[in-house]
Write a protein that binds this ligand. Structure first.
Ligand code: KG4
Ligand code: ZN
Length: 385
């Protein structure tokens, strides 16, 4: 079984081809996983600007697809181009730039040896989701293939199957998804069986890091830069006292709230003299404290849920899980407090958005194949049905 997947839910344009291995259960070969990042474009705004992101996806999809097919050895130019159906023009009528590129390439190449096309349908930025979906629909129409709709949160969970050493999930499990758009604690009783235990009431953890970076005059995305600054912070190296809250850490539910943390950073920054604000030490210290505040809340609540629901494993996913300090502290605390609890996290490159995770997820939903007409964007798609 070979799947080609498309992911455009936020600011990364990605196309991947993966193949399920025959002998081993739920293990995969990644034939290609091409990601075109829009970071340089969104840096100016300090965050993702949806209409700009949509335009970039339109420009990037064909070059990214071409690279993905080439890398997977599935790119073959036909001697005689095929006739393009009128339906494709209709499907891509709202994406004129993409249609132009599409017509220049797709009729000229051979249909790749794949069994289905998977595409992210939500949650995400609606205009961005639609570009990827319409592209997937057009390809499904041109190549006469079924489409498999994929939930983006579920894809962040299943990114764990992309690591070479993955043995598969151990149920019941608590899954924590932390990205730029989401912070959710999910009880997973089996494949596809989810109950949402809690989520953020305001900003997602990644969003909070992005906003803090902006306050501190650092680049977008904030997470990796804050991690880099935090790593350079030396305890005792600064005379400044920075105390940040751990919002909702002791609340009785499993919800989160990170907007207060961002505000606390803003107040601290505002009260400092311009000399301190410009000092390397202060920036490193506040980056370190912000990162630690987020890590503390995430670990505390996840372990509490794991304990209360007596689960066998913890599954992490989402862009923020690329953070080395978070990974290290999660592993240490689980090992110290619950040595029998398994903890799984995708390798850092599979934590941030990529289409390989979309492809893997579709493998668990093969029965939900649909005709291209029946796939729509769902910006607020929920995991729990
Ligand atoms: O999963 P993702 O690529 O996109 C969404 O679905 O939102 O997550 C992006 C988020 C951004 O907010 C970014 O700042 C954060 O993940 N992030 C990190 C790191 N790398 C990315 N946060 C902390 N540490 C990192 N190393
Ligand atoms: Zn994501």
């Amino acid at each position: 079984m070979k799947v080609l997947a498309i992911e455009t839910s936020c600011d990364d344009t990605s196309v991947a081809l993966i193949k399920a291995r025959k002998n081993k259960r739920a293990s995969f070969d990644i034939l290609s996983n091409i990601i075109s990042s829009q970071i340089e474009i969104h840096k100016k705004w300090g965050g993702v600007y949806p209409t700009l992101a949509k335009r970039e996806h339109q420009k990037n999809l064909i070059p990214v697809l071409e690279k993905a097919l080439k890398r997977a050895n599935e790119f073959k130019v036909l001697k005689k181009p095929k006739l393009q159906s009128k339906t494709v023009q209709k499907i891509l009528e709202r994406e004129p730039d993409l249609l132009e590129d599409y017509q220049k390439l797709i009729p000229k190449i051979q249909k790749p040896k794949i069994d289905a096309i998977a595409t992210t349908i939500g949650p995400g930025l609606e205009p961005c989701l639609w570009v990827g979906i319409n592209f997937a629909r057009a390809l499904a129409c041109s190549w006469n293939l079924p489409l498999i709709p994929v939930n983006h949160i579920e894809a962040h969970i299943y990114a764990n199957y992309l690591t070479e050493e993955s043995e598969g999930f151990i149920f019941p499990a608590i899954s924590l998804i932390v990205s730029g758009g989401h912070t959710q604690l999910i009880l997973m009783e089996n494949h596809g069986k989810y109950s949402l235990l809690g989520e953020t009431r305001d900003d997602a953890a990644g969003e909070c890091l992005d906003k803090i970076a902006r306050i501190l005059g650092l680049d977008y995305p904030g997470g990796p830069i804050i991690e880099e600054k935090a790593l350079k912070f030396k305890k005792g190296g600064s005379k400044t006292q920075v105390d940040l809250p751990r919002p909702m850490i002791h609340s009785k539910d499993y919800d989160f709230s990170f907007s207060g943390l961002k505000t606390a950073v803003l107040y601290d920054y505002k009260k400092r003299s311009s000399k301190i604000r410009k000092s390397k030490n202060y920036i490193r210290q506040i980056a370190h404290e912000s990162q630690q505040a987020i890590i503390d809340v995430l670990i505390y609540k996840t372990i509490k849920a794991a304990k209360n629901y007596r689960v066998k494993s913890i599954i992490l996913g989402g862009g923020v899980v690329a953070n080395n300090e978070l990974r290290k502290q999660f592993k240490e605390q689980v090992k110290n407090e619950f040595p029998n609890l398994e903890i799984q996290m995708p390798s850092p490159n599979f934590c941030t958005d990529n289409a390989a995770m979309t492809a893997v997820t579709s493998h668990f939903h093969l029965k939900e194949r649909k005709e291209w007409k029946n796939i729509k964007a769902k910006a607020n798609l929920k995991l729990t049905k």
